[in-house]
Design a protein around this ligand. Structure first.
Ligand code: GLA
Length: 705
């Protein structure tokens, strides 16, 4: 029997990972889950604890960090690769372990002397977020090309009592549709082959187990795949990585590839604990101008108010109206550049349209900045319309396969970003705009899926070249913030956010739809980077109408914006919108720098709480009419059981809704002192809810006394 020195143990704040490290094979997973005590070890090595079952190999092969066929592994392999049909069964024959940061980050270096490959597995556990970052580097040490079909970014175990997986599907205008499935002995698998992150398949999931929830997401803006597989010992393995097209990863002798990062976490506090851990990790990974996020300025985006109809005088009037209601950043969306009058042409021609802007964009940008607002501009750099000056000059810059039809989407094609001429062209044209105008912000769009990615598949290089272009622009213009958009939420992932500062969550601004979309988003990403706008009523995407109060109340918790013709908002609606913008400015620090909990009560009530157990902002949304005479209370189990809390209701009554019955305790919440309740009572029984009609919001402050 071996001793405890054969283990690598990583302790986070609330999680622990334990890995057994034999010298001549891949490291073996022993534990990943809620934190174990300092000094814990598994005791005997795994194989010393389990006799060989009948009809099994005489060599027991448990789940490793890099499970592969060559060792007699019958589960999903972390690597599928061959050299002309040979060397298809890989197995580490040697493994060394090096601490990169003692106790925090470790590197396993595996080599396979038979199949002639080397693999490094990096694992880093950040105790501040409790997120484990895994990645894999593969090197071809043979003398012939290695054709790789699958390389897992990471493989993690899930316990036998894991029972449910929550992933997200969707489409344009309806992102983050939850898919809840039981885990069973059937393989669970999701794949995305759309060339960018996609509306259809978020690259992550959450798994529920008894007493804990697990979450993982891939930091990558391209194709991806993940699977969860039941194993012989009753636990599961969860693998995640890039989906590779045939021939996409053909490694020449000596060549290496690094996988994207897989972010994995676990919490005893359920899906909210998982979300909080991801939020902390994403916050730590972001690269803000001047190193720090400034309070998120209120946006005005011109898209739904103006579409392609750019009249400089109207756009100036819009900025006047916007500044009067408290807008802080004005974003000029699609329609400003050469020849762009609808969505049939001009992508690629990134200079102002001389008809709409005879003196360029400066008169508008200067008007906006003179009003004290920042000026932002929409671009869609990776795209080209066949009807554009750029395409006429460089048809060979579009991704294409000779002889195959050019499949357009929204009348556009995708540029081959890996061609240096393409990225230089884009850098030069965007830099010229940033150099000559007071632009503080870019909205960076990507309005189609990729079909073919060139004569040889260049999905991966497309992503890497886009990251490189973003990085080059950020280095040259470090003060500029960038928003990631792909027809709304088609490129929401932990990879692109390292270069950007906001996601446009969805093109659907219907507030009822947005409640669900935003809750899915918030499972993986923090609220301050969730673009959330107040749109018109009826909503352009759904035709449904909601009150200004509800629209503003739903948009409040994210990075607030307004996307309508603010000149047309008058009377009570204008006062309401200005009021909520003011409220957002008062509350944004609390909404954006703290923790977040999502919850649901019966009877069509959902809620989210922002802040800490010291002080919470509680947003309650009623989506459908109540079916109960007395309403369910909302239990706040994050509060301190030993403290008392004052609860005040701080939303202004919706002027369009009348005639609510009330009660003394509800009235007390409207007073300065609020209603006092014990923390333990709020945890166990809950906060009494006021009557609300459908599509209404209530906002409370819950402050420890
Ligand atoms: C995409 C974006 C929208 C808008 C349009 C402009 O659909 O998601 O917000 O920018 O493109 O064409």
């Amino acid at each position: 029997m071996a001793t405890a020195t054969n283990y690598i143990i990583l302790h986070g704040r609330d999680i622990t990972a334990i890995i057994e490290t034999p010298a001549d094979e891949a490291p073996i997973w022993r534990y990943w889950g809620p934190r174990l005590a300092d000094g814990v070890t598994p005791g005997p090595l795994l194989r010393d604890t389990r006799p060989l079952p009948s009809f099994s190999l005489d060599h027991d092969q448990p789940l490793s960090l890099f499970p592969t066929f060559g060792v007699g592994w019958f589960g999903q392999s972390a690597l599928l690769a061959h050299r002309g049909g040979r060397d298809y069964a890989q197995a580490a024959t040697r493994c060394t372990t090096d601490w990169i940061t003692p106790g925090r980050a470790v590197r396993f270096t595996l080599s396979d002397a038979i199949a002639k490959i080397a693999v490094t597995l990096d694992l880093a556990l950040d105790p501040a977020s409790d997120v484990l970052t895994l990645s894999t580097r593969l090197t071809n040490q043979g003398d012939a090309p290695l054709d790789v079909q699958w390389l897992a970014a990471g493989t993690v175990p899930l316990p036998p009592h894991a029972h449910q997986v929550q992933s997200f599907s969707g489409r344009h205008n309806n992102e983050f549709v939850p898919i809840i499935e039981p885990l069973s002995r059937s393989l669970w698998r999701r794949e995305n082959r759309r060339g960018l992150t996609s509306h259809d398949c978020f690259p992550g999931a959450v798994v529920l187990a008894d007493g804990a929830a697990y979450g993982a997401q891939l930091a990558w803006s391209g194709n991806h795949a993940q699977c969860i597989e039941w194993l012989d010992d009753g636990q599961y393995q969860w693998q995640m990585g890039e989906w590779l097209a045939p021939g996409e990863m053909l490694l020449a002798p000596g060549e290496s590839r690094h996988s994207p990062d897989m972010l994995a976490t676990c919490s005893r506090h359920g899906t909210n604990g998982v979300a909080q851990n991801f939020h902390a990790a994403i916050r730590a990974a972001m690269d803000w101008p001047e190193g720090r996020m400034k309070p998120r300025p209120v946006h005005l985006n011109t898209w739904e108010g103006f579409y392609f109809d750019h009249d400089i005088n109207a756009l100036k009037q819009l900025s006047d109206a916007a500044s009067e209601i408290g807008i802080e950043r004005y974003v000029l969306d699609d329609g400003w550049f050469h020849g762009r009058h609808d969505d049939t042409s001009s992508l690629g021609d990134w200079w102002p349209d001389a008809g709409k802007y005879p003196d360029g964009l400066a008169p508008l940008a200067d008007h906006v900045t003179a009003l004290g607002m920042e000026f932002g501009l929409w671009v869609e750099p990776e795209m080209i319309n066949p009807d554009s000056a750029l395409y006429r000059a460089h048809p060979e810059w579009a991704l294409q396969i000779a002889g195959r039809p050019l499949l357009t989407a929204r009348n556009q094609l995708v540029l081959d970003m890996s061609q240096p001429g393409v990225s230089d062209y884009l850098f030069d044209h965007i830099a010229a705009l940033l150099d000559s105008l007071p632009i503080a912000y870019l909205k960076w769009d990507h309005n189609r899926d990729l079909t073919t990615a060139g004569a040889t598949p260049r999905y991966r290089t497309q992503v890497e070249a886009t990251y490189a272009l973003l990085a080059r622009l950020r280095a040259a213009f470090p003060h500029v913030e960038i928003e990631a958009c792909a027809g709304g939420g088609g490129r929401i992932d932990a990879g692109i956010i390292r270069h950007t500062h906001r996601f446009w969550t969805s093109d659907c601004i219907d507030a009822v739809s947005r409640v669900a979309i935003q809750r899915g988003f918030l499972q993986f990403m923090p609220p301050e980077i969730m673009g959330s706008h107040v749109g018109t009523s009826p909503a352009h995407s759904t035709g449904r109408s909601q009150s200004m109060t509800f629209r503003a109340g739903v948009a409040l918790s994210g990075h607030l914006g307004v996307e309508l013709d603010a000149r047309q908002v008058t009377g009570e609606d204008r006062a309401t919108l200005a009021h909520w913008i003011g409220l957002y400015k008062q509350l944004r620090d609390q909404l954006h720098y703290g923790q977040l909990w999502l919850g649901a009560a019966d009877d069509h009530l959902v809620w989210q709480a922002h802040g800490s157990a010291e002080e919470l902002l509680l947003l309650v949304y009623r989506l459908d009419p109540s079916s109960q005479r007395h309403l369910p209370a909302i239990r706040l189990d994050m509060l301190d059981p030993d403290r008392h809390y004052a609860i005040t209701r701080i939303d202004r009554p919706d002027p369009t809704v009348h005639g609510f019955p009330t009660a003394p305790a509800l009235d007390a919440m409207r007073t300065a002192d609020g209603l006092e309740l014990a923390g333990d009572w709020l945890r166990a029984v809950g906060l009494p809810m006021p009557p609300m009609k459908a599509e209404q919001v209530a906002l409370f402050k819950v402050s420890a006394r």
